[in-house]
Design a protein around this ligand. Structure first.
Ligand code: SF4
Length: 96
């Protein structure tokens, strides 16, 4: 290569919903009495990483349960969906 030649770089591939969540990760499962589509890879990630699972304010079934989590749960039951919480102003470390 001489000094005058120009190297053409291939731009990085833009991530699309398909490249992040391939269709073969999708499975129909029953959640809250509904058949829903679930991304198996992200579902495993959710269980390991959702901030609510490490938060002292998360007290399912108790009157002192987190109000934010209660609202998310209501939506999940209504539509059969699930969330991974990655940001929260009220998170408090749970000591077990
Ligand atoms: S305070 Fe935030 S992190 Fe904790 S349970 Fe509620 S929503 Fe989840």
């Amino acid at each position: 290569m001489t000094g005058k030649e120009r190297r053409v770089e291939t731009p990085p591939k833009k991530k699309t919903a398909e490249s992040i969540a391939p269709a073969d990760n999708m499975q129909q499962v029953e959640r809250y009495g509904k058949m829903v589509w679930e991304n198996q890879e992200f579902e495993a990630m959710r269980k390991e990483n959702c901030m609510c699972h490490t938060c002292a304010r998360m007290k399912p079934g108790e009157s002192t349960n987190c109000g934010i989590a209660r609202q998310f749960y209501k939506l999940c039951v209504q539509h059969g969906c699930a969330f991974i919480l990655t940001r929260c102003e009220d998170w408090k470390e749970k000591y077990e």
